[in-house]
Ligand binder design. Sequence first.
Ligand SMILES: Cc1cc2nc3c(=O)[nH]c(=O)nc-3n(C[C@H](O)[C@H](O)[C@H](O)COP(=O)(O)OP(=O)(O)OC[C@H]3O[C@@H](n4cnc5c(N)ncnc54)[C@H](O)[C@@H]3O)c2cc1C
Length: 393
Amino acid sequence: MRYDAIIIGGGPSGAATAIALASQGRAVAIVEKSPFPRNKVCGEFISPVNLALLDRLGVGERVRDLAGPEIRRLALFAAGPGIEAPMPRGRGDAFGRALGRDVLDGLLLEAAASAGATVLQPWQASVAVRDGDDTAIGIERSGERRTLLAPVLIAAHGSWELGGLPSQPKRQHLPSDFLGFKAHFRGSALASDLMPLLAFPGGYGGMVWADQGRMSLSCCIRRDQLDAVRATHRGLPAGEAVLRHIVAACPEVAEVLRNATLDGGWQAAGPIRPGIRDCYAHDIFSVGNVAGESHPIIAEGISMALQSGWLLAAELARVADWSRAGRQLAGQRYAVAWHKQFPLRILTASMLAGLASRPLGAGLMRRFVGAFPASLFLGAQLSGKISPIPGVA
Ligand SMILES: Cc1cc2nc3c(=O)[nH]c(=O)nc-3n(C[C@H](O)[C@H](O)[C@H](O)COP(=O)(O)OP(=O)(O)OC[C@H]3O[C@@H](n4cnc5c(N)ncnc54)[C@H](O)[C@@H]3O)c2cc1C
């Protein structure tokens, strides 16, 4: 089958790109390897500025209907009582909210199909080879194989999984790697409008009310710290051991979870790969985590995924044709737009993550934020929570 564009990955970045391109009348195929609904290691918070973009993508109303409460306050939970600050609000007084990734990703992929994209799911893309002016993408499931052709190939497969595609990581494990964990809880005593940042030795995390009475707790922890934690709590599953470590460092977390019960199990992923990568290389466009990733301490990955897909689709729409020259021009312009939008938040996140996870960092952070609670508000602003999105009213 031949398409104008093939997108590998049906998470927020892939689906947003597919909706925007299909709405331009392009023949788009999106390849997603997992059946939905599927859960995801993610705190699930969506910054307020994205609500207008979700409207443009056709799912804003459903997201508002289904998401958890408005998050009006931020807090730092580290050793000692929590410290609070207001959360920046978006245009029209919008506040950010959280929505389970099992729900959000399904809504977006359905919207892509409604916009006219062909959704190939569950199919895994395993190989991409240039074939004249097209790229040939090999996809497979349960022993069945197909080849898809398109001039435009978009990598939206996230950054945490190994694979044979040119855009996938070839990984080397390091003690300083951060691994992600996430679980949903029911019956938590967390204030409904509060999103605390958790700082603990070797890592950081967050808690927020999502949809359907679920509170998500997600965190990242260094591999060497995880090894030490697992040695201390021998016999416990990794997620439970990490939770004990967090509770020991952040007394407020124990309070919030006193009567809470785990909903489903713990999920783990990673190592995460914070940093800035190529927006366009080897004639492949990248969106979402493939193009660049912030430490999740600022909860901006969904924003960057949706917004990068939107920016790429806008640049592809501006070129007259999708020949090699057209793709190169769109790639250059997309890289410029991407670098205007995201590096500050990636840098902010990296500084915060470095501080929070250092041995004495949580204490330092607590003292600083205690003296200047407004720094929490400023950190949220620097992390792009209300930064305008080009082309979105
Ligand atoms: C602990 C933690 C907490 C976080 N909390 C937040 C938060 O609160 N708010 C926030 O905004 N961000 C958060 N993030 C970041 C956020 O989860 C990611 O940045 C976001 O999911 C990236 O979206 P994406 O579309 O680029 O990739 P993904 O969401 O990873 O989607 C990629 C998709 O591609 C599919 N895929 C992969 N390989 C293939 C293949 N070969 N063929 C076909 N399909 C494939 C996968 O199945 C997946 O569905 C958090 C991350 C972590 C680790």
